[in-house]
Design a binder for this molecule. Structure first.
Ligand SMILES: Cc1cc2nc3c(=O)[nH]c(=O)nc-3n(C[C@H](O)[C@H](O)[C@H](O)COP(=O)(O)OP(=O)(O)OC[C@H]3O[C@@H](n4cnc5c(N)ncnc54)[C@H](O)[C@@H]3O)c2cc1C
Length: 426
């Protein structure tokens, strides 16, 4: 039997779920190419950034995940070019051919034309980002403890999160908890409980994708945790130690960006139409109009289902990945492909201990019930029994003690952080 070469770019939710769906296909040889060696559970990335979990709890080596799938090979490398006419992809100068291609390289941060803001306000997308953010947060408390001037101390203890979507809300809520509880007794010169945590959102409300009542409840829960929420407040400038919002200049040394995403640049190489966020407009079966053998799935795909745009969330990426696999099998068997239909199981956002909101198809929850629901679901969806167990133990410990066990500033991260400030002359 002649085997078909299936190349998958990206071992995120879409790529991995496609490969798993092809596990019993004897007529395919799959090559998964990813620039990192691990699959990352991004929904819990903020926990690494805020020292709640260590990296291996939310990331697993792709090679290990696919060790028993004999028709799949993992290659670590960055895809730099795709030639749909020649049916090849290029990795580190090497061209690899394919019969079927799935591009699932996800999304990255978008600074709305202000790329210079990135060095002052890092975003959260991968483990490197999470380590850098963790270093900034922990270093800010250390610098405040060492500061001789009140103004410096004050700006070190001011944390600004820009963007009131689920990631911004999670970060702000957790930061408030760290300041009020985790670090409360650890310092001698400062009182971490006096820290300010601001959540700044350009739109009229936080969690804009949720219903108005849930979004209002989320705001209340944030405020109860001590977060100052500013809505209708577009940021016009970000510097090393300030954020400008209208006439207001907020002095802050730790500024985090959770405001925008743009599709992976690989989308541009496919020669297909892109939407405003750079996502590839795909056919109903997730293929390209000019290339039925090329599929796009996950955050990189722009598609509607039942008249509504499919959101950039993990369940959508998984479902798209599975659908692509089914369609590849159909094409190999000479059968027609099927259209993708998104099954929306609802949305969840956590805010802090006992605080969350859940918008399910026939039920809305907020507060402690939503929080428990969020907790159980996130543990359940983690890849691997070991990760689930470790996260469970960590969270149980944190629940009773408020401790955050991963409060380590690594040499390099701390150095990068301090040097950045020195260069900026502050
Ligand atoms: C901080 C954060 C929190 C989130 N929280 C939630 C949540 O609570 N619930 C939810 O449902 N969704 C959440 N999401 C969104 C969810 O994680 C994404 O929708 C989902 O990961 C998209 O899956 P994907 O496979 O398209 O891309 P990804 O999971 O991003 O995977 C893309 C893969 O492609 C690889 N890659 C990229 N470019 C290249 C290249 N050129 N060459 C080789 N490999 C490449 C990357 O290394 C990565 O492994 C969150 C996202 C973030 C960033």
């Amino acid at each position: 039997m002649e085997k078909k070469e299936v190349v998958v770019i990206g071992g995120g939710f879409a790529g991995l779920w496609a490969i798993r769906e092809l596990r019993n296909a004897p007529d395919v040889e799959i090559k998964l190419i990813d620039r990192s060696n691990h699959h990352l559970f991004q929904p819990l990335l903020y926990q690494v950034a805020t020292a709640g979990l260590a990296a291996p709890s939310i990331a697993a080596p792709l090679r290990h995940i696919l060790r028993d799938q004999r028709n799949a090979t993992v290659l670590m490398g960055e895809v730099s070019a795709i030639d749909t006419a020649a049916r090849t992809v290029e990795v580190a100068g090497r061209k690899m051919s394919y019969d079927y291609l799935l591009v699932a390289s996800g999304a990255t941060h978008a600074y709305f034309g202000h790329d210079e803001w990135e060095r002052h306000a890092p975003g959260l997308k991968n483990l490197d980002d999470a380590f850098a953010i963790r270093a900034r947060i922990l270093s800010a408390f250390e610098q405040a403890e060492a500061a001789s001037e009140d103004a410096v101390c004050h700006s070190c203890l001011t944390f600004v999160v820009i963007g009131g979507g689920p990631t911004g809300v999670e970060l702000a809520g957790t930061l408030a908890e760290i300041a009020r509880h985790t670090l409360a007794g650890d310092f001698r010169n400062i009182d971490p409980r006096r820290s300010r945590v601001l959540l700044i959102e350009a739109g009229p409300r936080v969690l804009g994708a949720f219903t108005e009542d849930l979004s209002a409840k989320a705001r209340k829960q944030l405020e109860k945790l001590g977060v100052e929420v500013m809505t209708g407040a577009p940021v016009s400038e970000i510097g090393p130690d300030f954020v400008q919002v209208g006439e207001k200049r907020i002095a802050a040394r730790t500024i985090l960006w959770a405001a925008g995403v743009a599709a992976s640049p690989l989308g541009k190489q496919l020669g297909a139409e892109l939407d405003r966020a750079g996502r590839v407009k795909v056919q109903p079966d997730l293929s390209l109009a000019a290339h039925p053998e090329v599929f796009v799935a996950g955050d990189l795909a722009s598609i509607t289902s039942e008249g509504k745009p499919v959101p950039g969330v993990a369940p959508a990426a998984k479902q798209m990945g599975s659908q692509v696999a089914k369609n590849i099998r159909a094409l190999i068997a000479g059968k027609p492909t099927s259209a993708f239909r998104y099954r929306d199981f609802g949305s969840l956002a956590t805010i802090g201990r006992h605080s969350a909101v859940a918008q399910l198809p026939s039920l809305k929850l907020s507060g402690i019930f939503a929080w428990w629901f969020w907790l159980v679901l996130h543990i359940y969806f983690l890849i691997g029994f070991r990760s689930r167990l470790i996260v469970l133990i960590n969270w149980a410990w944190a629940y009773f003690t408020y401790a955050r066990g991963a409060r380590i500033i690594l040499g390099n991260e701390a150095e990068k952080h301090t040097h950045g400030r020195e260069k900026e002359g502050s």
